[in-house]
Ligand binder design. Structure first.
Ligand SMILES: Cc1ncc(COP(=O)(O)O)c(C=O)c1O
Length: 390
């Protein structure tokens, strides 16, 4: 068992950051096929972990794709196109009306780099809006994920190298006819990835609304898996922001999970500044194979996360099987948050274990929120993991 645990020395209960609002949710509701993703009560998983309650936000079907990422991509693309049109987009009801309004911008291609889900999401939005798409992928991406992107009608560019190299290549395409839509940010490229983070808030508002409908108090612990940290930034903002919609303190504790070979956030927090973790990044948790945290996610994630763990692939496999027992189809990256938490709860001899448990306050009454952020995005891999006994 390998687990690295870091109790965040920079953590604060409340952080100053952008205030989340419901504009992305209202936008997503107008897209074809929108419906709230399920918030699954998972007593079996709670039993295994010895906690009071576990909710799993199940993102295996989101706007017709098997991951949550289209929430960020669609909002960022929409906001950017709105800015590119001199008079804005004005009123629209249906996607056909929206597509028509984009005529003055054509020909235009959306460009993205991806380790799977983000690129497929950008390709899908391009198709919905009648735009082109060129998606850069690292050479070691599994065939099923590549094919899924190509099926969206996108042109696929295979980059010799890692996800981070694919990001660099894609950034060269920016121009009047190429709109780079990255969830990663770097100096001078900050607005679009900021909208990506905003777009993810839809998931969090849905949880908020659903818990209110059920008359339930919110979670005490929230787990977020981290690639570049955009998703985790949305989670931090929602639960730990100064004007967090989720109510007054005490706010839930937050745990971040990364693969051992690409723990760029953990290493950056340890260094107290953004650092890169060189590839190759070979985890089966493909969406988390990122070597550097996003610049604009950093202020929120470096201060809003209480504990960070980095784990091997095996806990993700175990978590996939456990999710399946609760009726949730969860891929390698999708189940990684649960995997990291399971490993942390077991990590008896690892340095920092006792302190991490104390900081997170995990106990028999804890109410834990986990995100299954994708479904079976590599169906063969998924079947193999499920047929193994572990
Ligand atoms: C399914 C899934 N979950 C989580 C993440 C992590 O998100 P972020 O890169 O914003 O940290 C990704 C990233 O690609 C993903 O595809």
């Amino acid at each position: 068992m390998t687990i690295r645990i870091l109790v965040n020395p920079l953590a604060r209960e409340v952080i100053e950051d952008e205030v989340p609002d419901r504009a992305p949710l209202l936008f997503h509701r107008r897209l074809p096929g929108y419906r709230e993703s399920p918030l699954v009560d998972a007593p079996e998983i709670a039993g295994v972990m010895g906690v009071g309650k576990v909710w799993v936000k199940d993102e295996s079907e989101r706007l017709g794709l098997p991951a949550f990422k289209i929430l960020g991509a669609s909002w960022a693309i929409y906001r950017t196109l709105e800015e590119r049109l001199p008079g804005g987009l004005g009123a629209w009801e249906t996607i056909d009306e929206l597509r028509e309004k984009l005529e003055p911008l054509r020909p235009l291609s959306l460009v993205a780099a991806t380790d799977g889900n983000h690129g497929r999401a950008v390709a899908r939005v391009a198709r919905l809006l009648g735009l082109g798409a060129r998606i850069y992928v690292p050479e070691d991406m599994v065939a099923a994920r590549r094919e899924a992107i190509a099926r969206e009608g996108a042109e696929l560019v295979v980059v010799e190298g890692s996800y981070d190299e694919a990001v660099e290549r894609s950034a060269e395409e920016a121009g009047e006819r190429g709109l780079v839509v990255s969830d990663m940010s770097w100096p001078g490229y900050e607005r679009i990835p900021a909208w990506v983070i905003e777009g993810y808030s839809t998931m969090l508002w849905e949880i908020e609304d659903e818990l209110r409908r059920r008359g339930e108090r919110g979670p005490d612990l929230v787990v977020a898996q981290v690639g570049v940290g955009a998703f985790a930034a949305a989670v931090v903002r929602h639960f730990r922001g100064a004007r967090a919609p989720t109510g007054s303190p005490p706010r839930p504790k937050l745990l971040a999970v990364e693969p051992a070979g690409a723990a760029c956030l953990l290493q950056s927090v340890a260094a107290r500044r953004i650092v890169s973790v060189p590839g190759p990044h070979t985890s089966i948790m493909a969406g988390l194979n990122c070597g550097r945290p996003s610049l604009i996610a950093w202020p929120a994630v470096s201060r809003g996360i209480d504990v960070l763990v980095a784990v091997d692939d095996e806990p993700a496999r175990e978590a996939m099987r456990l999710m399946a027992l609760s009726g949730i189809v969860s891929g390698e990256t999708g189940a990684s948050g649960l995997g990291g938490l399971l490993e942390l709860l077991r990590g008896g001899e690892s340095p920092g274990h006792e302190e991490a448990r104390r900081v997170l306050g995990v106990g028999p009454d804890s109410r834990v929120l986990i995100f299954s952020s994708e479904g079976a995005t590599d169906p063969d891999g998924y079947r193999k993991v499920l047929s193994a006994t572990g």
